[in-house]
Design a protein around this ligand. Structure first.
Ligand code: FE2
Length: 157
């Protein structure tokens, strides 16, 4: 049991927010590459965004969201649907630059949606979590994060 001081919640929300900031930065690089017509760079950036979003989304969907679904079922389901949509379009670049001539425009449109999605999480889900989750809940989120970190560390070793 946690003698709850709030530190765990701050650590977890800070890390999720930092990942959002990284993604928003990468989105701006995608827009620059799109303007320059550089599809290879767009595809490389899509893979970079996927690498950040993989563990990030896993923490949200296996740690944070299950704890909030009872109170916000519609909002959480919509956010999870958006995760699938974003993963699909990013995933098209997983093994190289997509041949589909529409992919660059679809990527830019999807990343616009992702930016709005990030704002919904930061202005809606995260503040709601900070006021409604208990210390034990945050320990659950932290456990999901540390398990993922362990798995990634082992995979990289
Ligand atoms: Fe997120």
């Amino acid at each position: 049991m946690c003698e709850y001081c709030g530190c765990q919640s701050i650590t977890e929300i800070k890390r999720l927010t930092e990942e959002h900031d990284t993604v928003v930065n990468l989105i701006s690089f995608v827009q620059t590459a799109h303007t320059a017509g550089d599809r290879d760079r767009m595809a490389a950036l899509a893979r970079q965004i996927s690498r950040v979003l993989g563990p990030h989304t896993a923490v949200e969907e296996n740690g944070l969201f299950p704890l909030m679904k009872a109170d916000f079922p519609g909002q959480i389901a919509a956010l999870e649907d958006e995760h699938r949509l974003v993963e699909k379009v990013l995933g098209e670049a997983s093994v190289g630059t997509p041949a589909d001539p529409d992919w660059p425009d679809r990527l830019v449109a999807t990343l616009d949606l992702l930016r709005d999605h990030i704002l919904k999480e930061q202005d809606g889900v995260f503040p709601a979590a900070l006021t409604s989750l208990s210390g034990d809940d945050w320990e659950t989120v932290a456990l999901v994060r540390s398990t993922l970190d362990d798995l990634r560390g082992r995979a990289a070793a």
